[in-house]
Design a protein around this ligand. Structure first.
Ligand code: ADP
Ligand code: MG
Length: 877
């Protein structure tokens, strides 16, 4: 019979990623091997079952701050120096075997520097079987009794499995065994003592829930990747010790489902742990021989041991394997012992070896790069191309990282100080690898046949059990056979009766068989119905489950998003809190400043108040002072008026005397000379009291004494003869100004209003009058009064106008004539008549003249103050 071929069914049944988006991170474990010698310096310490700490050993470079650097690295689990192979297997490898038996792929590799215990972990040491023999042990413990007959499953060169019936398988077996060089391994052979203790595993380990309605076939392949070439280690080639043939490297190919495989790689079907390990050991030996002959360094090659498990369901009767290739499930567990991860210089490789080592390192570098790109793509959502094809190693395991199975890595480290730097690199790589996530492999799809077929079949076809009983029951239900004892030769009845009874029985049996078949068919239909119903239910449940899983993953994403948002918000809150603190501090500062300013203002306010009070006091004091001064001045003025009165009285007396004098005494004498003489003889009235400058200032402001012009008013009759005659003479000689001028004498105005400065000149010198702009100015000084007085005395030439003391002059020159020579000479230069436009005119001479006249009249009768005042003028003749 032609074998039926089966493709890898997994891909056909379930599309990639169609189930869920669930992912698992690459499981990274760490195993710390014990130190070779107890006195070696140790640089790695196991902190707890997930963390190791690296200490910088003595003599290594310190970090920038000069301290010894201590870095911690976390793993899924850390196995210390006392960890047994069994403990490690239970945690790391047994779940992968479990997956394998349930139709899922797995990749387990050991990574680390040479001598860190990779091979010890993966394969084991004498007496300590590693993960590989333990995996084999668990597989065969689990599938042992369900294994298909040899050659029922047949691996082909397209990375898939063919299936054939047991008879065909038997024929093939017989054919191979008959061959001169039998290639069929025997599971009954004696175990090689070389590795016997490595596979002698005491602990029984078995996968749970193995599908008993399936048959299994296990296949192993073993190859190494050296210098980026793949060498099949199980290839049977005649070995010529004289001229050894160079091993042929294998190509990598992709099957229909894009799974990468080593094309033409030998796959050996194995039926027991011993057989499988023997095959492995053969490959291992071959590897060693090749390394020796080709001068290769074994630590520089990667070795890959693949365990492929084919699984097909039994048919509905549970008798034979279902001959449907689509129903075959293939799963694979790859156990990889990687080359030492140390740098090239450490191996002291030279020439060819160095180049090879470089290539090997290159493949590890590519592995690192792939892991990093994968991580980046997953973390940042980028879609960078992962450079799997850059090396055979990564290309081969591309599918695992793309979501075809679980990936686990055991990082092996030797804690000795010499390995510190290399171990550091290993730890860093491990750290990155842990962040890579691999899609969870899909669940195996149920074949659709009733479970429990195998046991039902066994119950049906087993050597002991129900069948005789059933026969008995059936026989009992038949009518009893007639007696078949023939006593007579001529008995012709017994045999025909027996024949008839037997025929009846036969007939009955036929009916029963028909009935049974009918019932059996009905029951089968019923069962099928139930099966279908269950299947539908299961499918429905599966669908629901998928939906729920989708929902959960969606919610997980939402939770992640919210957590991120929460973090952002927390960060914002933190910033806002900081800002608030800053503002509050600012506010406090500003309030303090405000308080300070307020206090300052209060101080200033109280200072101002004090100053006001002081100024108030000063004003009061000053006004009191001025009041007193005014009173004093009033008194002085009164005194002056009294003086004037007295002068008038004197004058009157003199006039009386003149009047009473006999008129004929000197009748022809010119009146001027006479007057002069008389005047010289006359007693002078006492001069008025000198006035203070303050007082004068007040007068100049036009207050206080404005109401007293009457005091200075003269009658025309009151005049000195000589002055009067002079004036009349002057009046006659010079024609008067067309515009009458108001003459005002302003004495000593020390304080003057700004606006008046143009109209009126203030001088310390005595001035008689000045021109004003058509207004009368009240004479404010004593000298003015004196002038008027004098003028009046001299012949009534000066006229008084209105209530003021203004006197009109028409020609000053005449008046000057009357003044003593020296005086005229000295002052004539300054005699400028005031102009109608307000320019000043100095009439000091008139004043001087008048005062001199008064002085002359007053004579020795003047008081001391007057004497003093008149003194400078006395010099004038
Ligand atoms: P690698 O494969 O990493 O180069 P090996 O596995 O060959 O290193 O280990 C080197 C040596 O160290 C071997 O002799 C091995 O027996 C020993 N060894 C490694 N790991 C352990 C361990 N965990 N316990 C005991 N011995 C170990
Ligand atoms: Mg090794």
């Amino acid at each position: 019979m032609k074998p039926a071929r089966a493709k890898t069914p997994r891909k056909l049944l379930v599309k990639k990623g169609s189930q869920t988006n669930l992912k698992d991170p690459v499981g990274v474990y760490c195993r710390v091997r014990p130190l070779s010698f107890s006195d070696q310096e140790c640089c790695i310490e196991v902190i707890n079952n997930t963390t190791v700490q690296l200490h910088t050993p003595e003599g290594y470079r310190l970090n920038r701050s000069g301290d010894y650097k201590e870095t911690q690295y976390s793993f899924k689990q850390v196995f210390g120096t006392h960890t047994t192979q069994k403990e490690l297997f239970d945690v790391v490898a047994s779940p992968l075997v479990d997956d394998l038996i349930h139709g899922k792929n797995g990749l387990l590799f050991t990574y680390g520097v040479t001598g860190s215990g990779k091979t010890h972990t993966m394969i084991g040491s004498p007496g300590e079987g590693g993960l590989l023999p333990r995996c084999l042990n668990m597989i065969f413990n689990s599938i042992g009794s369900f294994q298909a007959k040899r050659y029922v499953f047949k691996s082909n060169d397209r990375n898939s499995m063919d299936i054939q019936c047991e008879v065909d398988a038997l024929l093939e077996r017989q054919k191979r065994e008959a061959a001169p060089n039998p290639k069929t391994p025997s599971s009954k052979r004696q175990v090689d003592p070389e590795f016997a203790d490595m596979i002698n595993i005491q602990e029984f380990c078995k996968a749970e829930e193995v599908d008993e309605d399936s048959v299994y076939g296990a296949f192993v392949s073993y190859f190494e990747i050296y210098n980026n070439y793949v060498y099949d280690l199980l290839e049977e080639a005649p070995f010529d010790p004289i001229k050894p043939k160079l091993p042929q490297s294998k190509m990598l190919r992709e099957d229909k489902n894009h799974n990468v495989y080593v094309a033409g790689c030998t796959e050996v079907e194995v039926k027991s742990t011993e057989e499988a390990f023997e095959v492995f050991w053969r490959g291992q030996k071959r590897r060693r021989i090749a390394n020796t002959h080709l001068n290769r360094e074994s630590s520089r090659s990667h070795s890959v041991f693949n365990i492929k498990l084919a699984q097909a369901p039994l048919d509905a009767d549970g008798d034979n394997v279902l001959q449907e290739k689509e129903q075959i499930t293939i799963s694979q567990l790859s156990l990889v012992d990687l080359a030492g991860s140390e740098r090239t210089n450490r191996t002291k490789a030279e020439g060819n070896r160095l180049r090879e080592a470089g290539n090997i390192n290159q493949s590890l570098m590519t592995l690192r790069t792939c892991i990093e790109v994968l991580r980046e793509n997953q973390m940042y959502g980028t879609n960078k191309m992962v450079p799997y094809r850059d090396s055979k190693l990564t290309h081969l395991f591309k599918n695992y990282f793309d979501g075809e199975g679980k990936v686990r890595m055991i990082v092996c480290v030797n804690p000795k100080a010499e390995d510190y730097e290399e171990s550091l690199q290993v730890m860093r790589f491990a750290e990155v690898t842990q962040e890579v996530e691999v899609a969870r492999p899909v669940e195996k799809v149920i074949c659709g046949l009733t479970p429990g077929r195998r046991y039902r079949n066994q119950a049906r076809g087993g050597p002991t059990g129900d069948e005789p009983l059933v026969t008995e029951v059936v026989l009992q239900s038949f009518p009893p056979l007639p007696s078949c004892e023939i006593l007579d030769v001529n008995d012709e009845q017994t045999l025909p009766r027996l024949i008839e009874a037997l025929e009846n029985r036969y007939h009955l049996r036929q009916i029963m068989i028909e009935e049974f078949n009918k019932q059996s068919n009905t029951f089968k239909a019923l069962l099928q119905e139930f099966d279908n119903a269950i299947l539908n239910k299961e499918n429905y449940t599966q669908g629901k489950l998928n939906e729920k899983e989708k929902l959960i993953s969606g919610q997980k994403l939402e939770i992640e998003r919210l957590e991120k948002k929460n973090k952002t918000l927390e960060y914002k809150i933190e910033i806002l809190e900081k800002t608030t603190t800053i503002y509050e501090e600012d506010k406090r500062n500003l309030q303090q400043e405000l308080e300070t300013q307020n206090q300052k203002l209060q101080r200033q306010f109280s200072d101002k108040r004090r100053l006001e009070a002081r100024l108030q006091g000063m004003v009061t004091e000053t006004s009191m002072k001025w009041q007193k001064e005014c009173e004093r001045r009033v008194a002085a003025t009164q005194l002056e008026m009294q003086n004037k009165l007295w002068v008038k009285d004197e004058k009157l007396k003199q006039l009386k005397a003149i009047v009473t004098e006999p008129k004929a005494e000197k009748p022809d004498r010119p009146s001027r000379e006479r007057d002069r003489e008389k005047a010289a003889q006359r007693s002078v009235s006492p001069a008025p009291m000198p006035l203070s400058s303050n007082y004068l200032a007040q007068i100049s402001n036009g207050q206080q004494l404005m109401s007293q012009p009457q005091l200075h008013r003269r009658s025309n009759s009151c005049s000195s003869i000589s002055v009067a005659s002079c004036v009349s003479e002057w009046e006659q000689k010079i024609p008067p100004y067309s515009t009458p001028v108001t003459v005002t004498s302003i004495a000593r105005r020390r304080q003057q209003e700004p606006g008046q400065s143009k109209t009126c000149v203030v001088s310390d010198r005595r001035r008689g009058m000045c021109w004003t702009e058509g207004r009368e100015v009240v004479p404010a000084s004593r000298s003015e009064v004196q002038v008027e007085e004098d003028q009046c005395c001299r012949g009534d030439v000066f006229k008084t106008r209105g209530g003021g003391q203004s006197v009109q002059f028409t020609d000053i020159e005449t008046l000057k004539q009357e003044l003593p020579n020296g005086s005229r000479k000295r002052r004539s230069a300054t005699m400028v008549p005031a102009q109608p436009d307000g320019t000043e005119s100095e009439w000091t001479d008139v004043e001087t003249r008048c005062s001199v006249a008064v002085e002359m009249r007053a004579g020795s009768q003047l008081g001391p103050g007057y004497q003093h005042h008149a003194q400078p003028k006395r010099k004038k003749p």
